[in-house]
Design a binder for this molecule. Structure first.
Ligand SMILES: [Cu+2]
Length: 138
């Protein structure tokens, strides 16, 4: 029985390198390779979730297209930076008198506004005053 277990599990004594069979060595390499692969995978997964988290908190963006702000109402945490990206072919602004003004954002460009105070900021485009949006800072 003991002999059978030893042959089923040749790595039970694999910490001792003396007298290892070729298959033991192969197994050790396999285990080592697996460990390295897992470590790499874990690192990549962590980086991804880090990037995901960073993206989630930095994903605060408003896209300007079709003469409207998308989303029309954006909720963010205090301190968030919101990028206003102009995906249309005319210049726009995102302006809240007394609070912020991106000034003209040319087509294809963006402007970032830091929201450091809680509150609801109803803004508009100075060039097209019918374009309205809101940033709610919690
Ligand atoms: Cu506009």
């Amino acid at each position: 029985m003991a002999a059978r277990i030893a042959s089923v599990n040749p790595c039970a004594a694999a910490t001792v390198s003396r007298g290892m069979t070729n298959s033991m060595k192969r197994n050790r390499f396999l285990v080592l390779g697996l460990a390295v692969a897992l470590a790499i995978l874990a690192t990549v997964a962590l980086r991804h979730s880090d990037a995901g988290a960073a993206t989630a908190s930095a994903a605060k963006s408003v896209v300007i297209r079709d003469f409207a702000f998308h989303p029309g109402t954006l909720k963010v945490k205090r301190g968030a930076r919101v990028a206003f990206t102009n995906s249309s072919n005319v210049t726009h602004t995102a302006t809240k008198g007394g609070a912020f003004d991106t000034r003209g954002i040319a087509p294809g460009k963006s402007a970032t506004v830091a929201f450091n105070k809680r509150g609801t900021f109803a803004y508009h485009c100075k060039i097209h005053p019918f374009m309205k949006g809101k940033v709610v800072v919690e």
